[in-house]
Ligand binder design. Structure first.
Ligand code: AMP
Ligand code: MG
Length: 484
């Protein structure tokens, strides 16, 4: 690993220097070869004893400057003044093939000064879930943290039960959260805020370097990236589950795969997280919660937006007010592409909404319904044995065909575009849960199969039936757990 660390060069109050805590007996679960290659890390080295010890936190590689970073955040709407990396260590940053900087972080790597009452460890289940789901999201083209490698620790962690422990080496463009800025704002550290704003702009929004009002530029950019990100989540039926402000990255990548899930049957009120009793983070609330989180971000930036509080709040409000329409633009662009529409017409939004209402009325499988629609544009009917539209869809399908006929692209082109937009395979909850159960029995075969197969979610081949088929009623997973 060739480190080039920038966050560790920020002043001491941004982090605590902290080495990962070694584990008893690490064993390799998996190394992500393509990602390692992209990061300039030899996958064979990562799989070697040294590499396994690095991922486990038993050995600190040359050039790493291990730190635990400080942050705060609103968790389920309640303010928590001090969170920080309680079970994660940032080893450092590497420059990848694309010339961009990426964090390498170990999750589950032991106690830090931010562990509060926790043990700093992660059970294997959440590591397996994060590996599968974050990689599935990446393959769907959605900005996300990635999974570089996972190991078991040879130690147990104690939750409701005694569970095998694991460590995940996670990669992200940075781990700087809305909550990181919130921490500095809450302690009135305006210099710290300013340093962080400059750091994030240089790292993630370099086009904005030299802006007259860097804090406003950052706010506007994060508003855009969140609008786009959440629109993409909606487009694949992804429910994050813990959209706390400490779990929203300023880079616009998805992070914190705790109780997340993809929905099977379309249900706009879907919520899986065992701790989300009020449904605050339900599927349909995700855009409004993103907006709420962005209001927290705007609040933190107030001292930098303008010298006078009144004008700062006016600037913040104006920026925030752009979110709903920006989101809608992104969302309908996603839906139009899913419906195979190459152009935009005024009635498209109601066409899309009526389709979703029909899906909801019949609890149709969200993924297969769009995939099947793509088959109606042309090509082989491979999905049909698993899913076909009920009678109630006939008038809508006629409307959709009429709408398609108004475009100049051929059916074959439309089919091709829809197959590249609507996945056949998602990380279905019941499969992820099965992979987790097996992993606890030291059987990683389903985990490997899912990871491999979900890296090409738009290709459907024979042999994929069991992965593409929605759960039978008795297989439906009602609740997911974050393993904290
Ligand atoms: P999360 O729910 O993963 O977003 O975590 C929220 C906060 O709790 C973060 O500050 C984490 O570092 C901390 N945390 C979660 N699990 C643990 C754990 N097992 N030990 C210590 N801190 C934890
Ligand atoms: Mg978190």
């Amino acid at each position: 690993m060739k480190f080039d660390n920038s966050f560790a060069k920020l002043p001491q109050r941004f982090y605590v220097r902290q080495a990962p805590v070694p584990v008893a007996d690490p064993a390799l679960v998996r190394v992500n070869h393509p990602l390692a290659g992209f990061l300039g890390i030899d996958p064979a080295w990562l799989e070697s004893e040294t590499g396994i010890h690095v991922v486990a936190g038993n050995q600190v590689p040359d050039g790493a400057e291990p730190i635990a970073t400080v942050y705060a955040g609103h968790q389920f709407g309640s303010w928590n003044p001090r969170l920080g990396d309680g079970r994660a260590i940032l080893l450092g940053e590497v420059i990848a093939e694309d010339g961009e900087r990426y964090d390498i972080q170990l999750k589950g790597s032991g106690l830090t000064p931010f562990s509060r009452g926790g043990d700093g460890r992660a059970p294997l289940g959440p590591i397996v879930r994060e590996y599968i789901v974050s990689e599935a999201m990446a393959a769907l083209g959605i900005p996300t943290s990635r999974a570089l490698a996972a190991v078991t620790t040879g130690e147990y962690v104690y939750r409701e039960q005694k569970l095998a422990g694991g460590v995940l080496a996670r990669v992200a463009r940075s781990h700087i959260r809305i909550g990181t800025l919130q921490f500095f704002a809450s302690v009135n550290d305006v210099d710290g805020l300013k340093l962080l704003v400059d750091h994030v702009i240089a790292r993630h929004y370099p086009d904005q370097l030299g802006s007259d009002n860097p804090a406003l530029s950052l706010l506007e950019q994060v508003i855009r990236s969140q609008a786009s990100l959440v629109a993409r989540w909606q487009g694949v039926g992804f429910i994050h589950g813990v959209m706390n402000t400490d779990n929203m990255l300023l880079s616009g990548e998805t992070i914190d795969y705790g109780p997340c899930a993809f929905m099977d049957g379309y249900d706009s009120a879907a919520v899986y997280s065992s701790i989300d009793h009020g449904g605050r983070y339900a599927y349909r609330n995700q855009p409004a919660i993103a907006h709420w989180n962005l209001a927290c971000l705007a609040q933190t930036l107030m001292p930098l937006l303008a010298a006078e509080e009144d004008s700062a709040s006016e600037i913040a409000q104006q920026a925030l007010d752009s979110f709903p329409s920006l989101f809608m633009q992104e969302y309908f662009a996603v839906l139009r592409a899913k419906l195979g529409l190459a152009t935009s017409q005024p009635d498209d939004e109601s066409l899309a909404q009526d389709f979703l209402d029909l899906l909801e009325g019949s609890r149709c499988d969200f993924t297969l319904a769009f995939r099947r629609l793509g088959e109606l544009a042309g090509g082989a009917a491979t999905i049909q044995p698993m899913f076909d539209f009920p009678e109630a869809f006939t008038p809508w399908l006629d409307r959709w065909r009429e709408r398609c006929a108004q475009e100049s692209i051929s059916d074959a082109q439309r089919h091709e575009q829809m197959m590249a937009t609507n996945p056949a395979l998602i990380a279905r909850n019941h499969l992820v849960e099965a992979a987790i159960s097996q992993a606890y029995e030291n059987d990683f075969s389903l985990f490997h199969r899912l990871t491999e197969r979900l890296s090409r979610p738009f290709d459907y081949a024979s042999g994929d039936e069991d992965l593409a088929t929605p759960p039978k009623p008795e297989q439906i997973v009602q609740q997911t757990f974050c393993g904290t």
